[in-house]
Design a protein around this ligand. Sequence first.
Ligand code: CP
Length: 306
Amino acid sequence: MKKDLISMEDLTLEKIKSYLSEAKKVEGTPLQDRVRLLPGKILAALFFEPSTRTRLSFEAAMHRLGGSVIGFAEQGATSVSKGESFTDTIHTVENYCDIMVIRHPGEGTARLAANESILPVINAGDGSNQHPTQTLLDLYTIEKYLGKITGIKIAFVGDLKYSRTVHSLINALMKFSVTDFTLVAPEALKLPKYFMRTDQPGKFKFKETESLEDAIPECDILYMTRIQRERFPDLVEYEKVKDSYILSADMLKQARPHLKVLHPLPRVNEIAYNVDKTDFAGYFPQARNGVIMRQAIILKHLGVTL
Ligand code: CP
């Protein structure tokens, strides 16, 4: 086991499957047994960018394993605001904990921290690059709902240019031999070509469309994303595309009965609230699976077996 979890690109299919089976074990272990696993261990949650789910589910995961948590939820509350460097922050915090979870707007910052530190570093999202813990919980959710990952048909909708959850998940699904991808995005937010593995011509099919209605009847998983205002260099461009897709319960009348709508969340208005009460809505159970998967990740990277 590598000490760090930085990018799905670093993981083999076998390694990914080992996280999924560890998560299953976590879910099957009574809480009273789990809370005995990490007494005295400390997780540092270093969040240089806003988060609700990732930070709080890591905190919940650590508490449910009997460990404790230190950290910060914004850079302004740290000595970085006085001019301290990122690497000095890492070298300081590593004296206070056993494992670090880092979210940062800069692409490559988690890898930098991992290279600098002797402790396990978990990437909780670096800019538009990668969000591997989200991907692992997405895979866990897909497998729970569909009973498989290989061979599924998935449509990604919204911000495919900047969404790190999309980039990480496509990368992982290719390792499971998922070959059919439907990409629903406005012209300005299309998936960059380098994610389409043009080095393996013919292996993967990417159907690009601007029509959400056309994609719905064809897929098993509809993976919605938020158009991320904070990633746009020019807010005029954001205004042009911000409401490109709004999924409603009515639109899902065309869906396969087993289809699940997933979303890493937060949503803004790309999924109407009337979808929440339908059997298609999978995004809140998906968020709940985050606590399970993050317990599995913490255990594996601290070398503790269930
Ligand atoms: N899915 C996700 O990363 O959500 P947060 O930004 O709230 O952590």
